[in-house]
Design a protein around this ligand. Structure first.
Ligand SMILES: *Cc1c(COP(=O)(O)O)cnc(C)c1O
Length: 338
């Protein structure tokens, strides 16, 4: 069996998670009658101290619903230029919200309050109305980098002073919470809306959660139906989410340790020119000009190690629930011999 570092989305439900799914109490969630979904939504809202939550089939959908409920067609959304909402959601901001993006070049995916300030359009009929800032934490293309809370707080102040809403793409927010020993309710107080993924580090087969005020989530529930994301007895899936929130949060530290161990092995390789600082469960290595990342990925695949060449100059390893310490050991030995 290959050892799969391509993404933290490749995990299979563990036997206890599957048992929780099999035993789930379910109902029709479009009628609001699925007890497992209702429970998952109130657990998540409670964890972040937010008023309400909405279970969605994917993180793309929860981000897109989130953005739709903060914007009007013709608005402008400020985000970092490598952010998922901008480059990996199929042009969804334009398609779903009729809004355009002001893409800002950040530091490993993170932008500053000064950059946000400088990107706000003046109140002028020629200009798009700036209405929303989207941050990502951890930053996927930033190699799993985390924001400093102080930096987020400054961005929050700029948003408050300029009438902008603040959305968090927290697909891997739990990784940041564990890595930085941060407090979930602080995030709930700081952002107008937060999307978190259950299908990444938490090991669920499906699911994301959008959180915000009760009024915002009422609107989001309407938009989810329009987007075709109103599911019926999806409590079988929500039960996996409940199980994950109860059991799979603190173990993320293990994924972070594994990522650091892999980075240490890569550091010694002549074909690696630089490794992005490893803060969570993602390792992005720059490959020197005399090697092709696709060939390195192929050489690793021949030895049973799956990774992705994420750009013409980079390979990426992601650690997750289905990677054991033994598998990390095997991967390190393969890297050493490469
Ligand atoms: C994975 C991911 C998402 C959502 O992905 P889905 O596959 O649609 O669940 C959103 N943002 C970031 C940063 C991600 O890594």
């Amino acid at each position: 069996m290959a050892i799969d570092f391509r993404s933290d989305t490749v995990t299979r439900p563990t036997p206890p998670m599957l048992r929780a799914m099999m035993e789930a109490e379910v109902g029709d969630d479009v009628f609001g009658e699925d007890p497992s979904i209702n429970r998952l939504e109130s657990m998540a809202a409670g964890l972040f101290g937010m008023e309400a939550a909405l279970y969605c089939p994917s993180g793309t959908m929860s981000n897109q619903i989130g953005i739709k409920c903060h914007t009007q067609p013709g608005d402008e959304v400020i985000c970092e230029k490598s952010s998922h909402v901008y480059i990996y959601e199929g042009g969804g901001i334009a398609f779903n919200s009729g809004s355009q993006v002001r893409a800002v070049e950040g530091d490993r995916g993170r932008i500053t309050a000064e950059q946000v300030m400088a990107s706000i359009n003046p109140d002028d009929v020629h200009r798009a109305r700036t209405s929303l800032v989207c941050l990502e934490n951890t930053c996927n293309r930033g190699g799993g980098s985390c924001y400093d809370a102080a930096q987020i707080e400054e961005i929050r102040m700029v948003c408050l002073q300029n009438g902008l809403r603040l959305h968090l793409d927290g697909a891997r927010l739990f990784n940041a919470l564990v890595a930085r020993n941060e407090d979930a309710p602080w995030y709930g107080r700081t952002f107008d809306s937060i999307s978190v993924c259950l299908n990444k580090g938490l090991g669920c087969p499906i699911g994301s959660i959008l959180m915000g005020t009760a009024a915002y989530i009422r609107q989001a529930r309407r938009v989810r139906k329009v987007f075709g994301g109103g599911m019926r007895q999806a409590g079988f899936m929500a039960a996996a989410g409940i199980y994950a929130l109860q059991h799979n949060l603190s173990r993320l530290a293990e994924d972070h340790l594994h990522a650091k161990q892999i980075a240490a092995a890569l550091e010694n390789k002549p074909f690696v020119s630089r490794i992005m600082p490893v803060e969570t469960n993602i390792v992005i290595a720059d490959i020197d000009a005399s090697h092709d990342p696709k060939q390195i990925a192929a050489a690793l695949r021949d030895k049973g190690i799956l990774v992705i060449a994420i750009s013409p100059t980079q390979i990426r390893f992601v650690t997750h629930l289905d990677i054991s310490p033994e598998m990390v050991g095997t991967a390190i030995r393969v890297i050493e011999k490469l």
